[in-house]
Design a protein around this ligand. Structure first.
Ligand code: SF4
Length: 418
């Protein structure tokens, strides 16, 4: 192995991979056996670069050569950049060497498209297969699947990878046609559908035969790019919800478009998506998955954008003051979950604790409730704070004034209008 050339390739192909944010590794329970290498269990830790990108896995492209010309992508064929490609064996050796030195806990591997989808996917699968079968590597492997890859290759990929993902890229089909005319939604949806069926089949099989081989134990995920096209938050969350429901996705990652290319179809170079928009989308996503919110309650045609100055749960609450205040000692769990300042864990603790005694501010504080937010929306045993007739606008103003949020800066101009 020519170390200099490998380092050069690594620089090029790790840099090209940094635009993909979907690399969290939670959810896999692959255990070390036969004194193998690595152990991908829950709790693998991740570190993030200053701009919030995950770097804990060896995160590289197999190649940045690509036959496609997606407008938003630095690897697009018309972009005049340095190109490189690893061989299968080079990626295997790098992973093992980095792992042995404790630099990484796993591999996140994506690729431009060499010749066609299957030709590229075959190589990605071979890397995972060699790591598992020749090196007994039990670390985490996330393979980005190539849209349009055959079912046979997807099936094989699932036997070796912990997680598989296929990027949707644009939130809508129109957006995809505009910026990635070589791609089509069908080539993304068919493998997702195939994976969903195989994952369900494998779960059933595992119930009957403990020793049945694992198939993508950390499930499948996808990524949508935010801000490269004009889709609003309503369209983005609607798409995310559709894919969660119909394809059993573990995660949808929202990647703020980083303007690095000049193209009349793209936003100007100096107009990057504010980090806070990504953050609000993740919060809204959390509300849909764990708090029982429907998309239309968070954003809808009348209100298509998420508030940037407050989180989506608080935003919903102050738009729906007729539901509040609720009595924390009586309300059902679903309603408690909707109170700003109360998380899933605290809500469950409240329901258990009130079986033994009526709860006041002190107990709620001990449970972990953020009283400075929740107090406007609940009543409890203590009556030393009562919401009385505060309007939603006034509550928002009070909460923002007390907030130490790093996003508070964004809200200053709006606050002064109240
Ligand atoms: S197919 Fe992937 S790597 Fe190729 S240009 Fe499109 S987004 Fe970039």
């Amino acid at each position: 192995m020519n170390a200099e050339r490998i380092t050069e390739k690594l620089n090029i192909l790790a840099d090209a991979a940094k635009y993909d944010v979907s690399c969290a590794s939670s959810g896999s329970k692959r255990e070390n056996h036969n004194k193998g290498l690595g152990n991908a269990s829950n709790g693998i830790c991740h570190s993030y670069t200053e701009d919030g990108r995950c770097v804990s896995l060896l995160k590289i492209l197999l190649t940045n050569h690509c036959i496609f010309d997606c407008a938003y992508c630095v690897s697009r064929k018309s972009n005049d950049i340095k190109r490189a490609a690893f061989t299968v064996q080079e990626v295997v050796d790098l992973t093992i060497n980095f792992y042995r030195r404790n630099y990484i806990e796993g591999l996140f591997l994506s690729s431009g498209i060499f010749k066609d989808a299957d030709y590229t996917m075959e190589r990605l699968v071979l890397i995972a297969k060699k790591l598992r079968t020749e090196h007994n590597f039990n670390g985490y492997i996330h393979l980005k699947s190539i849209p349009g890859a055959s079912d046979e290759l997807m099936r094989e990929a699932g036997l070796y990878a912990d997680r598989l993902s296929i990027n949707l890229e644009m939130p809508t089909e129109e957006g995809l046609k505009l910026l990635a005319p070589d791609k089509n939604r069908k080539d993304m949806i068919e493998p997702m559908d195939f994976l969903k069926t195989e994952i369900i089949r494998n779960t059933e099989e595992k119930k009957l035969f403990k020793k049945a081989p694992m198939f993508a134990p950390a499930g499948q995920s996808t990524q949508v790019i935010v801000g490269a096209t004009r889709e609003d938050d309503h369209q983005i969350l609607y798409t995310a919800n559709h894919f969660y429901r119909n394809y059993n996705l573990k995660r949808v990652y929202y990647s703020g478009y980083v303007p690095v290319l000049t193209d009349s179809r793209l936003p100007a170079l100096n107009t990057s998506v504010p980090m806070v928009r990504e953050n609000r989308l993740y919060q809204a996503d959390w509300l849909m998955r764990f708090y029982g919110f429907k998309v239309h309650e968070i954003v809808n045609r009348q209100q298509p954008l998420l508030d940037l100055d407050i989180d989506p749960k608080l935003s919903w609450a102050i738009r729906n003051m007729h539901f509040f205040p609720i009595d924390i000692n009586q309300a059902d769990l679903q309603m408690i979950l909707r109170v700003p300042g109360i998380g899933v864990e605290s809500a469950n603790k409240i329901v258990k604790a009130r079986n033994f005694a009526r709860l006041g501010w002190e107990q709620l504080k001990k449970i972990g409730v953020a009283i400075n937010r929740a107090k406007y929306f609940i009543t409890c045993k203590s009556n030393d704070f009562e919401r009385r007739d505060l309007t939603g606008t006034k509550i928002k103003q009070f909460i923002l004034a007390e907030s130490h949020s790093k996003y508070l800066k964004n809200s200053q101009s709006q606050l002064s209008m109240f």
